[in-house]
Write a protein that binds this ligand. Structure first.
Ligand code: FES
Ligand code: FE2
Length: 464
């Protein structure tokens, strides 16, 4: 039997499988059986952003990462970042009760009978050793059960599957592109979280296209209508040639400023202020040429002025050409980044049940070396409809729970996708089907690579 036939026969086990890539069955977002299948076949095999590395700068610093019923410790040891399943090897009590901390010289001590482990996972103490059969105290078996961990982009990623392809293999060129943009140097400025009454995929998909901006974020569309009308409505060009260069530049700036305020960090206020200095520069009369030149000047000045302050930022004009990024870049399955100039927002979504998820937002920026502030140790958890969220996520969150309800409507069998602009949703969902159907890991990794640069993208052939 060849691999293809093999996959097809296994695929028949996938409930609510996608058979037409433009149609996504609604039950995938609330059916208990589908959710269980994801818990068994997806989450234990994928790379998951477990923590930001600035939370664990010193030896002994650790963070707990929870996914479904699993608890994982990520810890900085003398040998670098390690990760372990959070269970005492005696009778299974979790070794940490808090979300983060420093385990100190003594390492992790179990709260039940006091056994201890160092940051490398080696057992260092068993109280009343003579009481145990020696065979039960084999050091290898007594060591904390390790979990795979890889560092990328200022984060530790874990994978519960020892046979999964590496994170790098899954990311492909996206890893290089993000690194060229200096992702390793970014630090969290703030960290918010909310529980959303929605399936985790509904939450993810609200960020997989910009087609919703006109209605969900009208203030962005009003600031630069030609930008959105050209891209989504098929009307005119992104640069309005009926208007002067100055008018076009003002619209671009208004959009940038509104996006900066609305996301509170993705376009950082320090970058908006640099762009503001350039509002009255001489530019070519031709609006296309003029706006392009203005953007080049803004990127050049942001680079130079932030570098002069000691920030480790890349040359924006050169990386824009050598390593272009899309407005949103996804690291399958539950983490994504919104790069703009030198700062980024990043989001993580974890399932808490078929119709509930935990949504987190970090705002990331650069600091001069040695001047990095203390990072937020925990997210500020807010109700999802809190007015304390920045404007843009507030607007996104207002749709998500409504959509979850609508998916249950009688007669609503499937979502219908625009094949050229909502393709990422289909590609994402079909990779999930690939996991549920146990497609070969290498094929899944290749498919995941295709998600890079696919924001607002087309439905793709994933090879399975
Ligand atoms: S359960 Fe941990 S020491 Fe006994
Ligand atoms: Fe949005």
């Amino acid at each position: 039997m060849n691999a293809k036939t093999d996959n097809t026969s296994m695929a028949s086990d996938v409930p609510f499988k996608i058979t037409d890539p433009a149609k996504i069955p609604a039950k995938r977002y609330y059916d208990e059986g589908f959710y269980s299948k994801e818990c068994e076949e997806l989450w234990p095999h994928v790379w998951q952003m477990a923590c930001r590395l600035e939370l664990i700068p010193n030896i002994g610093d650790w963070v707990e990462y929870r996914i479904l019923d699993k608890s994982i410790i990520v810890v900085r040891s003398e040998e670098g970042v390690k990760s372990f399943h959070n269970a005492c090897r005696h009778r299974g009590v979790p070794l940490t009760q808090e979300s983060h901390g420093n385990c100190g010289q003594r390492g992790f001590t179990c709260s039940f009978h006091g056994w201890r482990w160092n940051t490398k996972g080696e057992n260092t103490f068993v109280y009343g050793k003579h009481l145990f059969d020696e065979a039960l105290l084999d050091p290898k078996d007594l060591a904390l059960h390790p979990c795979r961990v890889e560092e990328f982009g200022g984060c530790a990623f874990i994978n519960l599957d020892d046979n999964a392809p590496s994170l790098r293999e899954c990311l492909g060129e996206l890893a290089d592109r993000l690194e060229a943009h200096g992702i390793d140097n970014l630090r969290a400025e703030w960290w918010f979280a909310a529980e959303l009454p929605a399936n985790w995929k509904v939450a993810m998909e609200a960020f997989q296209e910009g087609y919703h901006v006109m209605r969900t974020h009208p203030q962005l569309q009003h600031a630069a209508p030609s930008l959105y009308n050209a891209r989504y409505a098929g009307l005119g060009d992104a640069i309005d040639t009926q208007k002067s260069t100055k008018q076009n530049v003002d619209a671009q700036f208004a959009h940038m400023e509104r996006l900066g305020r609305g996301m509170a960090g993705m376009v950082h206020s320090k970058e908006v202020e640099i762009a503001r200095q350039l509002l009255d520069v001489e530019l070519p009369e031709d609006p296309n040429e003029g706006v392009m030149m203005w953007f080049g000047m803004v990127q050049d000045q942001i680079t130079k002025q932030l570098q002069a302050k000691g920030e480790p930022v890349p040359d924006l004009n050169s990386v824009a050409v050598s390593h272009p990024l899309e407005a949103v870049e996804f690291i399958f399955p539950h983490f994504f980044l919104l790069p703009f100039f030198t700062s980024m927002s990043s989001y993580r979504v974890r399932p808490l049940g078929p119709e509930k998820c935990l949504f987190e937002i970090w705002s990331l920026t650069n600091f001069p070396e040695g001047e990095e502030p203390e990072p937020p140790q925990e997210p500020s958890i807010l109700p999802y409809d809190s007015k304390d969220f920045p404007e843009v996520p507030q607007q996104d969150f207002s749709n998500i729970p409504h959509q979850q309800k609508g998916l249950h409507a009688e007669g609503f069998e499937y979502m219908r996708l625009a094949k050229d602009i909502e393709g990422l949703i289909s590609n994402y969902q079909r990779i999930i089907d690939g996991y549920l159907a146990k497609v070969e890991p290498d094929k899944l990794a290749k498919a995941i690579q295709q998600l890079g640069g696919n924001f607002d993208g087309k439905i793709k052939d994933l090879g399975f």
